[in-house]
Ligand binder design. Structure first.
Ligand SMILES: Cc1cc2nc3c(=O)[nH]c(=O)nc-3n(C[C@H](O)[C@H](O)[C@H](O)COP(=O)(O)OP(=O)(O)OC[C@H]3O[C@@H](n4cnc5c(N)ncnc54)[C@H](O)[C@@H]3O)c2cc1C
Length: 338
């Protein structure tokens, strides 16, 4: 099914709840729809690929084409001694995939419960939470190259995953539409409970299992993060900055409560962006309808009628004050669409 619409307000399509008119909006439900479209027409130069819009900030109307891959499907494609391979369409809700996996006793993505958005964005963003990342279980990403109009596939190693990063945000940005993802899930799950209060919260629910871990994650997230249905937001607005370990050590010697996390490289350390922002006094700040959440300094919110520009202006002020105080430049995690 194809829908080609004009002058669509994207307000219902982004979790910030920002109004922005897209000149054209192309929705399709099968990969072949996109290939057929591309064999007859070139993709307009200005375009974006939109999933659930939970990591997008539109700062004004979008004079181009919004590509909306609304491809359904969730099913087993292969199985071996230790793993089950599940293919999910780009348009499936991410949390429906997690729920499906947990229901069938397949391990690996339970810590990523309740992350908003669609499956198609999961490899793009390399979503992560509670010590796990999507990359840990992505086997194959299928898509369509908008330049050639041909189907393409990316094995795990081709995706060049990093912290909230992948080839789809870099060399292939705006070029590859992800149409489905194959996740390799564990038949004999290895639980990962080291992060924060997850173990304690899970134990409160009884025996540790995929299901109790999922429930614990849902309960922690629901108590900490604002629900975009009631308060517009895109989760963490900034990435946790990764700095040289020497810089982290020097900051830690001055600010003993600064949370510092190790990374894959001993030379680099990760700082908690929320802590840095909170120390600069931003938590609970509000100007007009743009603000910083009262409990989560890392989450910028739209109290109702904020414009994308007002949110971006606020984010710029936060970046400047954090840089002035700590010498660390915060980088947005949210995709800012100009
Ligand atoms: C309350 C809240 C909590 C959150 N918590 C977390 C968290 O714990 N961890 C985390 O990692 N993220 C978190 N996020 C951010 C967000 O949920 C993720 O980034 C998610 O993957 C975005 O999915 P989406 O479908 O909404 O993508 P969108 O926001 O629509 O798009 C995100 C990016 O992916 C691209 N994209 C989307 N679909 C496709 C596709 N099919 N093909 C190619 N490119 C595509 C877009 O062009 C854009 O660059 C949170 C957001 C909210 C609102």
């Amino acid at each position: 099914m194809i829908r080609l619409l004009e002058n669509i307000d994207l307000k219902p399509y982004n979790s910030f709840g920002i109004s922005a008119i897209a000149s054209s909006f192309f929705e399709f439900t099968e990969k072949e729809d996109l290939c057929n479209y591309l064999s007859n027409s070139a993709m307009p130069e200005k375009h974006i690929i939109l999933g659930g819009g939970s990591n997008m900030l539109f700062i004004h109307d979008f004079e181009g084409m919004v590509i909306y891959p609304n491809i359904p499907g969730l099913g087993l494609v292969n199985e071996d001694r230790n793993y089950v391979y599940i293919e999910a369409g780009a348009g499936e809700l991410w949390d429906d995939l997690v729920s499906f996996a947990v229901h069938y006793g397949l391990g690996g993505i339970e810590n990523l419960s309740l992350i908003p958005g669609k499956v198609g964005a999961s490899p793009v963003q390399n979503i992560g939470a509670y010590g796990k990342e999507a990359k840990d279980h992505i086997w194959l990403v299928k898509g369509v190259d908008l330049r050639s109009g041909e189907p393409v596939e990316f094995l795990h190693e081709d995706c060049r995953f990093g912290y909230r990063d992948s080839i789809f945000k870099n060399e292939m940005k705006g070029r590859v539409v992800v149409t489905s993802v194959i996740y390799r899930l564990e038949k004999f799950p290895e639980f990962s409970l080291e992060y924060g209060a997850l173990k304690a919260e899970t134990e409160k629910l009884g025996e540790i299992s995929l299901s109790t871990i999922r429930q614990a994650v849902i309960s922690i997230r629901s108590s900490k993060l604002p629900d975009p249905v009631f308060l517009g937001n895109a989760g963490s607005f900034f990435k946790n900055p990764v700095v040289e370990t020497g810089v982290a050590d020097s900051l830690k010697s001055r600010y003993s409560t600064l949370p510092v996390y190790s990374t894959a490289s001993p030379d680099m350390s990760k700082l908690a962006a929320g802590w840095l922002i909170e120390q600069c006094g931003w938590k609970g700040f509000r100007k007009g309808d743009a603000g910083v959440h009262k409990d989560q300094a890392l989450v910028l919110v739209n109290y109702g009628k904020a414009t994308g520009q007002e949110i971006v202006d606020l984010s710029g002020s936060i970046q400047r004050s954090v840089f002035e105080k700590f010498g660390v430049m915060l980088e947005p995690e949210v995709n800012i669409i100009a």
